[in-house]
Design a protein around this ligand. Sequence first.
Ligand SMILES: Cc1cc2nc3c(=O)[nH]c(=O)nc-3n(C[C@H](O)[C@H](O)[C@H](O)COP(=O)(O)OP(=O)(O)OC[C@H]3O[C@@H](n4cnc5c(N)ncnc54)[C@H](O)[C@@H]3O)c2cc1C
Length: 333
Amino acid sequence: MEVFSYERVSGCDDAVRLMREDPASVLLAGGTELANWLKDGIVHPVRLLDINSLPGLDLIETKPDGLRIGALVRLADLAADPKVRSGYPVIPEALSRSASQQLRNTASMGGNLLQRTRCPYFRSQADLPCNKRRAGSGCAALAGADRGQAIFGWSDGCIATHPSDVAVALAALDAEVTLRSPAGTRNVPVTAFYRLPGDEPHRDTAIEPAELITTITVPASSVARRSWYLKVRERRSYEFALVSVAAAVDVDDRSGTIRDVRLALGGVAHGPWRLPAAEDALRGRPVADRSRVLDALEKDFAQARPRRENGFKIELAKRAVVRTIQLAAEIGS
Ligand SMILES: Cc1cc2nc3c(=O)[nH]c(=O)nc-3n(C[C@H](O)[C@H](O)[C@H](O)COP(=O)(O)OP(=O)(O)OC[C@H]3O[C@@H](n4cnc5c(N)ncnc54)[C@H](O)[C@@H]3O)c2cc1C
C-alpha cells in the first residue's frame, strides 16, 4: 500500500514553494492520470498537493490578441466554450475526441499536457525494460510490439509516442505554456515543451521540478478560424490516436489558393510533430488539388524512420493530412 499525505494549496506561490521544499510532492488536478500512475506503480509520492483551489487558473479568456486557457480548465468546459468553438475549432474538435465525457468533465488542461505515454511497456506492472520507468533498463518496444510507436524523432533509448490530442492542436496554433516556479515565470512554445527522447527518455517535457503550469496562450492568427483535427484510431471512440492531424489554414476564397497553413501530427513522435517544409511548400498551392497537397508532404516524410510494424503510419498520416486540410478549408467557405 502506498502511504502519502494530502494537502490543499490555495496560492500559486505556496504550491511552487512546497514543491521546491519537498521534491517528492506531486500536484493533483483532476487526478485521472495520477490514479493510473499510482495503480501501476509509476509514481510514489510522499505528499499530494491538491491545486484545484488555485485562483484564476480555471478561466478561459478570448481577447483580440488570442486565447488564454487556465491550467485548471476542464477539457469539457473548453470544448463547449462558444468563442473557442468559433475562433479555434481545432481545439474543441481535438478535445471531443479525447477520452470519454466523464473523463473530460474531470480532467484538466495542465494534466492533459503532462499525461505520459501509453506505450504498453511503460504502463506494464511487470518490470519490463523501459528507460522511462527505470533509466538504463532499455526499451522493450524497440525489440517488441512497435505498431503504435513513433516514426519520427525516436532514439535507441525510446520509441514511445505522446498521447495528448489537444497538445497537437495547440502545437499547430503556435501556443505557449506559461510555467511558474519560485524563480519566476517563463513561457515555452508547445513545440519546444515536448522533448525528443534522445538519451534522456525519462524526461517527457521541458518542465522542471517545482514548476507549475499556470496558463496556455494561443495567439490570434489568420489560420485559427479554419482549423480542424482528425484522429485515426483502432476504434471509433475512447481510444488513443494511431495517427492524428491538426491543420489550420488561411485560404484565398476567390482563387482557392492557400495563403498560410500550420500542420502538426500526433501519434507519430514523442510530442506533436510539425511539418515545416510542407507548410512552406503549400503556400500558393490550390487547396482543392489533392495530389499537389500530397506532393508538398514529401520532404517532411522523408525523415520518417519506421520500424517493423508501424510503416503504415507514413501513408496513413499523409492521407490524413490531405483530408484535414480539406476539412479545415471548408469551414465558413
Ligand atoms: C481511460 C483514459 C482514456 C484517455 N483517453 C485520452 C485520449 O484519447 N486523448 C487524450 O488526450 N487524453 C486521454 N486521456 C488522458 C486524460 O486526458 C488525462 O488523464 C487528463 O487530461 C489528465 O488531467 P488531470 O487533471 O486528471 O491530471 P492529473 O492526473 O491530476 O495530473 C497528471 C499529471 O500532471 C501534473 N499536473 C497537473 N496539473 C498541473 C499543473 N497545472 N502544473 C504542473 N503539473 C500539473 C500532476 O502532478 C501529474 O503529474 C485518457 C485518460 C484515461 C484514464
